[in-house]
Design a protein around this ligand. Structure first.
Ligand SMILES: [Zn+2]
Length: 85
């Protein structure tokens, strides 16, 4: 497997440095996944990148929540129709 640590920073383009590495088992699959985490050598830059990622994660969660709510409200509507008839 290719080491993922040596990738340029998405923000400043500096080569990211190895931070930590761990193995975990994927759900329902019988193989180990090696996760390599790297950080920007510039700690100020890394902070900004972290914030950006957190923001993206939050937005994605919000979107997923919205989708779930739509599904739920549809289901509720269906059920209420069922109750009517
Ligand atoms: Zn950087």
């Amino acid at each position: 497997m290719q080491m993922q640590a040596e990738t340029p920073c998405i923000r400043c383009g500096k080569l990211r440095v190895f931070y930590r590495k761990w193995n975990y088992k994927a759900d329902g699959k019988g193989f180990l996944i090696t996760h390599v985490e790297s950080v920007c050598p510039d700690s100020e830059c890394q902070k900004v990148v972290d914030e950006k990622f957190a923001e993206m994660r939050e937005k994605r969660l919000l979107l997923e929540d919205k989708r779930k709510n739509v599904l739920l409200s549809r289901r509720t509507k269906k059920n209420s129709y069922k109750n009517l008839f």
